[in-house]
Write a protein of this length. Structure first.
Length: 331
């Protein structure tokens, strides 16, 4: 990898170290002399190509550079798979802190915790205020019918991945399809926005340095981002984190506000109507249940015993999705 990358960069040599890995895109630190970069590429195998689209990540960050949405500066994109075996891009390396869990915010007092949360929601509002055409992203997605396609896509994914019938999921899909809100103005959508996918300054921990991990970005309904943040901020997120060693970052102290407070902050900053936010929270929970079932199916195909603990998680998520959709009636 080092030799091929050095040749592509026009360098005599580079040092490469993997920063993170897993089922999502892979991240590497690349160094050459005084240069210090980050390289992003897909894993060796993945299910949804759109979830690992390097050109998408590169394009949206290049477009947003210079706006009031903080993103890393990107340098070069490579679609020649003969170099590293997959498309990749290189961007600047930032030395900030990602609030992955409660240990990462242990140094924050309650005032800073509140300020960091406000920053999280304010940056999201600023992203949704960017005119896609003004930054060259008018063809970045198909915003018309976005939510309808999301429901159809994740319903199809459920049918492909399900290991047994789960009436709660079927009921949620029906309720969502029958209660799609009227389309408003589309925006750039991050697709996986949370503390975990943002970086804050070490010396100014209430100021965001960059929004990261743009692999799911597109043009669509901005409230899908808001619904996802709200879902993870509430009991669904708490349930998903219960098996981890440390709690979610926003459960570290009383300075982190409630779900209602973060929604009010976004509504005030963005000027958007959140009267249908329950729909978007239900949609986010539905998607999470389907994604978790997909993981269940992949593991069950090779190691059924290891997959068994995932089955009750999916059932609980399905129940939570139905609870979130209780006000969404269908004929």
């Amino acid at each position: 990898m080092e030799a091929a990358l050095a040749g592509w960069l026009g360098a005599d040599h580079v040092a490469v170290d993997q920063v993170s890995g897993g089922s999502s895109n892979l991240t590497y630190r690349v160094r050459h002399g005084d240069d210090d970069w980050i390289l992003r590429r897909p894993p060796m195998s993945h299910v949804l190509a759109t979830a690992n689209d390097m050109k998408r990540e590169y394009t949206v960050q290049a477009a947003l550079h210079g706006t009031d949405v903080p993103v890393p500066k990107v340098f070069r994109f490579c679609d020649d798979e003969s170099v590293l075996g997959a498309p990749f891009y290189v961007m600047e390396r930032l030395d900030g802190i990602v609030f992955n869990d409660a240990t990462d915010v242990a140094h924050l007092d309650e005032a800073l915790s509140l300020a960091a949360t406000h920053e999280l929601m304010d940056v999201l509002a600023r992203l949704h205020a960017v005119d896609p055409a003004a930054v060259g992203l008018d063809g970045f997605g198909k915003p018309v019918g976005f939510v309808t396609r999301q429901i159809a896509r994740w319903t199809t994914q459920w049918e492909k991945a399900k290991q047994r019938e789960l009436p709660d999921i079927d009921e949620v899909a029906k309720r969502l399809a029958a209660a799609i809100p009227a389309e408003g103005a589309a925006s750039i959508v991050h697709g996986d926005y949370s503390f975990n996918n943002t970086m804050f300054f070490r010396d100014e921990p209430a100021r965001m340095q960059a929004v990261l991990d743009w692999e799911m970005s597109t043009l669509g309904d901005p409230l899908t981002d808001v619904g996802m943040v709200a879902m993870y901020w509430g009991e669904v997120g708490e349930f998903m984190w219960a098996r981890r060693e440390h709690p979610q970052p926003h459960r570290a102290n009383a300075g982190f506000p409630s779900v209602d407070d973060i929604l009010e902050r976004y509504a005030t900053t963005s000027g958007r109507d959140l009267s249908n936010i329950d729909f978007y929270i239900a949609l986010a929970t539905f998607k999470l249940a389907v994604i978790t079932e997909g993981n269940h199916a992949r593991i069950a195909a090779t190691d059924p015993e290891r997959a068994k603990p995932i089955e009750p998680i999916v059932r609980q998520l399905a129940s939570m999705a139905l609870d979130a959709a209780k006000g969404l009636l269908h004929d």
